[in-house]
Design a protein around this ligand. Structure first.
Ligand code: PMT
Length: 223
């Protein structure tokens, strides 16, 4: 689509959960299905972009016309994102639900059941979104914010702190929306405004988000 809102743009999208290994058979993860990120990849492709989709472990078929690169851990995601941005990127969209912490060490053998309680030391993972947005050659960067309380306040805080152009706030406390469902409702914030989209299917939300992001991207190029 040479006349689409993202015609000729190079877009990198992160999607799905990360998986942080504890031992050879166990891991820490979350309920992200990848549906929101995959829908965005398809919408960006249909808007004329060349899309690289950095995907955590999900059960979705790779969309045609999109380059999918598989990642597992938060550290993998940072590495793959940095590489994809090095290759050239106009727009970076972070939809992935990244584990904030990982086990401090990976047990070589399966951990045996023993005491009544056990503690698992965790360490902070790198923040891909903040790292990409903080680069001197940062692309137009869009984050997501999944919250269960004070959604708008936390989203606006992340917009500023992580130096984002736009943030998509997702209230994941509403049953049937957000994680792992086919529908979503979001409010998009940018420094001077906001717009609410949905509730609607993730396909519809993705198409409207791509149109909105495309308008802002173009506006910035003409400033
Ligand atoms: O995958 P689905 O089932 O379709 O569900 C979609 C979704 C609910 C996962 C998605 O819409 C969503 O809200 N994704 C962000 C989830 C999240 O973990 O948000 P957060 O508030 O923890 O992170 C904020 C932003 O920083 C996100 O853009 C996230 O990708 C990014 N991040 C966070 C931590 C980290 N270490 N690296 C990051 O890049």
């Amino acid at each position: 689509n040479g006349s689409g809102k993202l015609a000729g743009k190079r877009v990198v999208i992160t999607a799905g959960p990360t998986r942080e290994p504890i031992d050879p058979v166990r891991y820490i993860s979350n309920h992200s299905s990848g549906k929101m990120g995959y829908a965005l990849a398809v919408a960006a492709r249909d808007a004329g972009a060349r899309v690289i989709l950095l995907s955590g472990p999900v059960n979705l078929p790779p969309p045609t016309g999109v380059e999918v690169r598989d990642v597992l851990t938060a550290e993998d995601l940072l590495q793959a994102s940095s590489q994809a941005v090095d290759e050239g990127c106009d727009l970076f969209i972070a939809t992935a639900a990244v584990a904030d912490y990982r086990p401090r060490s990976l047990a070589g053998d399966k951990i045996k059941k023993s005491t009544e309680t056990m503690e698992l030391p965790l360490v902070r993972n790198p923040d891909t979104l903040a790292t990409i947005a903080g680069r001197p050659d940062a692309p137009f960067t869009v984050g997501f914010a999944a919250e269960t309380t004070d959604v708008a306040d936390y989203a606006k805080d992340k917009l500023q702190r992580k130096k984002l152009r736009m943030i998509v706030a997702n209230d994941v406390s509403v049953p049937g929306l957000g994680f792992n469902s086919d529908s979503n409702a979001v409010t998009v914030f940018w420094p001077e405004g906001q717009e609410t989209l949905g509730p609607d299917t993730k396909t519809v939300i993705a198409t409207r988000l791509v149109a909105l992001i495309g308008d802002h991207l173009r506006q910035e190029e003409h400033e």
